[in-house]
Design a protein around this ligand. Structure first.
Ligand SMILES: [Zn+2]
Length: 141
C-alpha cells in the first residue's frame, strides 16, 4: 500500500502552494525517510504551531506527505509561539522519535521573499533550500 501525496497533490488539497505548506510537507517527508513507517498508521505526529494561518498551513503539508491525518487521529495539534514551531514524529512500532524544529531565521526569510516577490517565490525558496537550513533535527532512539 502506497501512502502519502506528492507535493503537487498536497498543494491541490490545500488550495495553494505556500511556503508554510511546503515546510510541513518537507518535514513529513524527512520523517518518513528517517523513521520509515510501515503503514499509514505507523507514524504519529504532534505539530506545535501558532493556531493561525499561515502557520497552520504546515499541518496540511504534514498530512500530505505522511498520511498522518485528523481523520485517523494520528496527528495532534498543539499551540506554540512562533519562535518554537516544531513537529515531533513518532514511529509507533519502535517508539523512535524525530523532532524537526523550525530554525530561527526561516520565518523572516519567508516574509522577506513574500513581500518582495509574492507567495510562489517564497514557496520555491522553501522547496529548494537545504533542509538543514530550515529545520534543526533531533533523533531519539
Ligand atoms: Zn496555506
Amino acid at each position: 500500500m502506497v501512502f502519502g501525496l506528492s507535493l503537487e497533490e498536497t498543494a491541490k488539497l490545500h488550495g495553494h502552494k505556500g511556503p508554510w505548506l511546503v515546510l510541513g510537507y518537507r518535514a513529513g517527508k524527512r520523517a518518513r525517510k528517517i523513521l520509515n513507517p510501515l503503514s499509514e498508521h505507523d507514524l504519529y505526529c504532534v505539530v506545535y504551531v501558532p493556531l493561525k494561518t499561515p502557520y497552520t498551513c504546515i499541518i496540511d503539508g504534514v498530512q500530505g506527505s505522511t498520511s498522518c491525518t485528523l481523520g485517523k487521529q494520528n496527528i495532534e495539534i498543539k499551540e506554540s509561539s512562533a519562535d518554537n514551531i516544531r513537529i515531533v514524529f513518532v514511529k509507533r512500532k519502535t517508539s523512535r522519535k524525530l523532532e524537526m524544529k523550525l530554525k530561527e531565521n526561516v520565518e523572516e526569510e519567508i516574509n522577506k521573499l513574500y513581500e518582495k516577490y509574492g507567495l510562489s517565490k517564497a514557496a520555491k525558496w522553501v522547496e529548494g533550500e537545504k533542509l538543514c537550513n530550515l529545520f534543526e533535527e533531533k533523533l531519539y532512539d
